[in-house]
Design a protein around this ligand. Structure first.
Ligand SMILES: Cc1cc2nc3c(=O)[nH]c(=O)nc-3n(C[C@H](O)[C@H](O)[C@H](O)COP(=O)(O)OP(=O)(O)OC[C@H]3O[C@@H](n4cnc5c(N)ncnc54)[C@H](O)[C@@H]3O)c2cc1C
Length: 530
């Protein structure tokens, strides 16, 4: 069963080792397990529903708790500490576009706020329930998950937007196709959520971000249906798909999405190489990203992340041998781990990995074959489970990300890491970074940070907000986007103006107003009202 106050299936755990615990204690001090509220305690906080009755709307208290938060750090603190500011007044589970239409008409007539709910995996406060006079309805898309059409000739698949990653891939794989979109939240996140939050998957190098995969679809807006025809290309004015991508529930409910699919790859091989330092590793990945080689994936862990990964996976004999061997080859402290993969026809994979290696070698890469890549592939959706165990040991883990041009990568990594590690005066923060989405012009930067949970939820929140503010300000200062893949939600909203400017925000606001004159769709997310 899915955890109600943490990540993932409650039968799955990460398994933090004694060595990993000792490593964290050494870096930031011993953690103290926080007191989390129980299911009964949080249910007792849910007020009476203010919604007028409707056959499609459920007022069940537990369902309202489950739809009160996503997975942002603020959401975690609130749900664990029992400080959720507001709960939806009801939850609906539409099964068809007609149901969605009916719900929007009901909501409009009754002055109800609507929050579309995909998989609930948002990490930036997209799903927080606003404290308002108006009642709030969460529209959970989980029953709209069918594959409606697969056009083999055009390689286009039409899905209902509530389909989760595993169901989507299973439906396509059965017909020998794949979408190739694997965010780390794959198990629970949905196609509609990917589009609404502009998601990026682990194989973005091969398949592209969701914006490259999203060919068209349908959105039910408060004032009527928006159709987005799936054309291969168009010069008919601005592309309305771009309005829907990243719309974060503000324009309406995405009910269907047409996606560009590809034949299942014949082979996937992920290799690993170490570099003695970040400068040579960055030079190597930049050359790869600019080479035009059709690689499947790249993921570069910078020094602190490499060290953290090795410490988390140990202790074991193979690791000891590897570390000794790397030290002999000149990759000691400061070393960086690169994963690079080929995905596609067997011959192409062999060729592309060979060409890639020629580049890596030039930059002092040290090959370590496929075992690390295989282990990464096997555990690639398991890593987030560590957050549950660390929280219970008294440590909070959060991540943030940006993208910048190549010239700015080193300074941005430095600035974000420094803002976080110096962000709390009397507490240490463990900070580490990887790069996982690459373009000829630049890359995304993904930084994780671990800090100790405080004795009260309010104090933990204060710690988190100070860190988040400091890192976001550093991103803006370095000219990065406030998000490469997680979206804006509530948490990044204060920084959006730096990227869009006054005119840009006004344009976005007017688009929202055109289809949502009453500001009933997920108000407060992405842009402030007014
Ligand atoms: C452990 C973990 C790992 C993650 N890894 C990645 C990653 O690798 N890459 C990445 O890009 N993101 C990642 N994320 C973030 C998150 O999974 C993505 O933002 C994802 O796209 C959200 O999808 P969802 O279905 O869960 O949407 P939700 O969280 O339910 O909603 C997100 C936003 O989209 C809106 N929305 C959802 N469905 C619809 C719809 N049908 N119509 C209109 N609006 C809708 C909601 O109103 C909300 O504003 C991760 C999150 C977690 C917790």
């Amino acid at each position: 069963m899915r955890r109600w106050n943490g990540w993932g299936d409650d039968a799955v755990s990460y398994g933090v080792t004694g060595e990993a615990k000792a490593f964290l204690e050494e870096r930031i001090g011993p953690g103290t397990a926080p007191r989390d509220v129980s299911r009964q305690e949080i249910m007792a906080k849910v007020p009476r529903s203010r919604l007028p009755g409707h056959p499609l709307v459920h007022e069940d208290v537990w369902q309202r708790v489950l739809h009160s938060a996503g997975q942002s750090q603020g959401d975690w603190i609130d749900i664990r500490g029992g400080t959720v500011p507001a709960f939806p007044d009801g939850v609906a589970y539409p099964e068809s576009e007609e149901d969605v239409r009916t719900l929007l008409t009901y909501a409009r007539q009754a002055g109800v706020i609507v929050i579309p709910y995909g998989g609930g995996t948002s990490v930036v406060g997209h799903l927080s329930v606003p404290l308002q006079d108006r009642p709030v309805l969460s529209v959970d898309m989980s029953r709209m998950k069918a594959l409606l059409e697969l056009d083999d000739t055009s390689r286009l698949a039409t899905f209902q937007a509530g389909v989760r990653g595993p169901d989507l891939e299973a439906a396509l794989n059965a017909r020998n196709y794949t979408l190739g979109h694997y965010p780390q939240s794959f198990e629970y996140s949905t196609l509609g959520g990917w589009v609404a939050a502009r998601s990026a998957g682990q194989y973005s190098l091969r398949y592209g971000k969701i914006e490259r995969l999203f060919a068209g679809g349908r959105v039910e807006t408060p004032v009527g249906r928006l159709e987005l025809p799936a054309l291969p290309a168009t010069a008919a004015g601005p592309d309305l798909r771009e309005m829907v991508l990243g719309s974060e529930g503000r324009l309406g409910v995405i009910t269907q999405a047409v996606v560009r699919v590809q034949p299942l790859p014949e082979k996937e091989v992920i290799k690993a190489a170490f570099f003695p330092d970040a400068a040579s590793a960055l030079a190597a990945v930049r050359e790869l990203a600019q080479s035009g080689l059709p690689l499947g994936m790249l993921r570069l862990s910078l020094s602190e992340e490499t060290e953290t990964t090795l410490r988390l996976s140990g202790p074991n004999k193979a690791l000891d041998i590897l570390e000794k061997w790397l030290a002999l080859r000149g990759a000691g402290e400061g070393r960086c781990l690169l994963l690079y993969g080929g995905i596609g026809l067997a011959g192409t994979v062999r060729w592309v990995l060979g060409e890639a290696w020629a580049i890596l070698k030039k930059h002092r890469g040290i090959p370590v074959g496929t075992p690390i890549g295989r282990a990464w592939h096997k555990n690639r959706f398991r890593l987030p489970y560590i957050r549950n165990e660390l929280w219970e040991m008294g440590y909070a883990v959060d991540t943030l990300e940006t993208a910048v041009s190549w010239r700015r990568v080193p300074e941005t990594v430095r600035a974000v890491q420094q803002a976080l590690s110096e962000g709390l005066e009397s507490e240490k923060v463990h900070v580490f970074t990887h790069l996982s989405h690459f373009y000829p012009q630049g890359a995304s930067i993904y930084t994780s940070y671990v800090f100790r949970v405080a004795p009260s939820a309010a104090e933990t929140r204060e710690r988190w907000q100070r860190l988040k503010r400091a890192a976001s300000a550093a991103i803006v200062r370095c000219g990065g986007t406030i998000s490469h893949q997680h979206g804006v939600g509530l948490d990044h909203r204060p920084y959006l103006a730096a990227e869009k400017g006054v005119q840009g925000l006004a344009m976005l606001r007017s688009v929202c107003r055109a289809v949502d004159p009453e500001e009933m769709m997920n108000p407060g997310k992405l842009i402030a009202e007014g």
